[in-house]
Design a protein around this ligand. Structure first.
Ligand code: PLP
Ligand code: ZN
Length: 415
């Protein structure tokens, strides 16, 4: 028998369980629990064989090297190149923050669409394939639009993408170019999201962050898995991550917890710190109030990628922050622009607005004593700066224009 004739088993998605009432249901594109309307999570077989460090290290450098913690049985066939982005040591940043050590989890170079949203879409599109769906879509603040459009194009799927009317040029162009159906909606992200819940019901499409959300969210855990492996199978003491819907923050805890439970790392879950722009910081304010109900906000910030006023996982994110001993910080638009600049100058990494929020929030947390000299900190930098050029363009010094003459260069050098 030749290698090619050995058919790999078809991919099947795992069953679902309600996070609120515990009711289990068959694998399906489902947005909420049929019993209590609670959020759904995939169920893993507790008896499944888990790989050891050497086995994982021998696999291809993508998020599928952690496939036992992703919600499928069988071999994934789509988006096999996503994940395993660099973890970059940033000593100048550690000095700026006054902490022991800083690494940047650099998802600005995520494949194929230059943001961490490639991770969640890589998982969701395999769920769509497992369910035999030929059309996927999303409600997006920009990066998810880019990712869904790119992943769908190469898989040959139709994509319907809904975004708020006001979005950065690069996020619009970087979606339309793939040939997807991009629709701008007059309203906020929360209006777009409500519309997409109706669209999923009416047309039976796989809306990745609505009725494929249980599967989609699991992709975020691989940020934690990669941090653990790339630090040499140990954990940092603190992680700072940006929050939009709050999913990444909750899945960091889940991912670290899974590797501790599997005996792959010995430490406890790092203190998790959440970052938002002060013009849209409902989760930060929930953490500061110490609990209760999340108060939705109307976003007013240039950080559009994090501008979700009524975040679906806000309550869970606030709880993960408190239970790990972390905290949260909101930063102004001016501070996030500064954050983008010194992230570039200290670490050579050009991030979009969410990266500026994360960097500036880390500085605020260090100044208030929540991060200190004994800390080893990972900053999750989640999207590329070329996507939000308008945020920094006007903050940079003017570029001189000269005649092609040496003495004009000499004049500049002397200045
Ligand atoms: C979507 C997004 C996040 C975080 O999203 P959650 O909804 O909180 O999981 C962070 N950074 C960027 C750039 C994003 O696009
Ligand atoms: Zn339920």
């Amino acid at each position: 028998m030749t290698q090619a004739s050995i058919a790999s088993p078809p991919l099947t998605a795992r069953p679902l369980r309600c996070r609120s009432c515990g009711a289990e249901s068959a694998p399906a594109p489902a947005a909420i629990c049929g019993q209590c309307l609670g959020p759904l999570d995939p169920v893993y077989d507790p008896e499944r064989a888990l790989p050891d460090r050497e086995t994982i290290a021998g696999r291809a450098p993508s998020l599928w090297r952690y496939r036992e913690w992703l919600p499928f049985d069988g071999e994934p066939t789509l988006s096999l190149d996503t994940g395993f982005t660099p973890l970059v040591d940033a000593p100048a940043l550690a000095r700026r923050l006054g902490v022991g050590r800083v690494w940047i989890k650099n998802d600005t170079v995520s494949h194929p669409s230059l943001s961490f949203k490639d991770r969640v879409v890589a998982v969701a599109i395999n769920a769509a394939a497992a369910f035999g769906l030929d059309t996927i879509g999303c409600a997006s603040t920009g990066n998810l639009a880019n990712a869904v459009a790119a992943h769908a194009a190469r898989a040959g799927l139709t994509a319907w993408i809904f975004v708020p009317e006001e979005l950065e040029t690069a996020k619009v162009v970087g979606t339309s170019v793939y040939g997807s159906r991009l629709v701008r909606v007059r309203g906020t992200y929360d209006d777009v999201n409500r519309l997409c819940a109706q669209v999923a019901d009416r047309f039976g499409w796989g809306i990745v962050n609505v009725n494929l959300r249980a599967y989609y969210g699991e992709g975020s855990k691989t940020v934690a898995h990669e941090i653990a492996e790339q630090l040499g199978w140990r954990l940092p003491s603190a992680v700072v991550a940006p929050m939009a819907g709050g999913s990444l923050l909750t899945k960091l805890r889940k991912g670290f917890g899974e590797f501790i439970a599997a005996g792959l790392v010995a430490e406890k879950v790092p203190r998790l710190y959440g970052a938002q722009a002060s013009g849209c910081a409902p989760i930060v304010r929930l953490v500061e109030r110490g609990g209760g109900e999340l108060q939705p906000e109307l976003p007013r910030t240039i950080c559009r990628s994090l501008a979700i006023g009524n975040p679906a996982d806000g309550g869970f994110a606030a709880r993960a922050i408190r239970e790990t001993g972390g905290w949260a910080a909101a930063v102004s638009d001016a501070e996030l622009v500064d954050g983008i600049r010194w992230l570039a100058q200290d670490a050579g990494i050009f991030a979009e607005t969410a990266g500026g929020v994360t960097a500036a929030a880390a500085l605020a947390l260090a100044r208030s004593g929540r991060l200190g000299p004994e800390d080893e900190v990972v900053l999750c930098v989640t999207g590329h700066g070329l996507k939000t050029l308008e945020a920094v363009r006007d903050a940079l010094p003017e570029t001189p224009v000269i005649a092609p003459r040496l003495r004009e260069v000499a004049a500049l050098v002397q200045q």
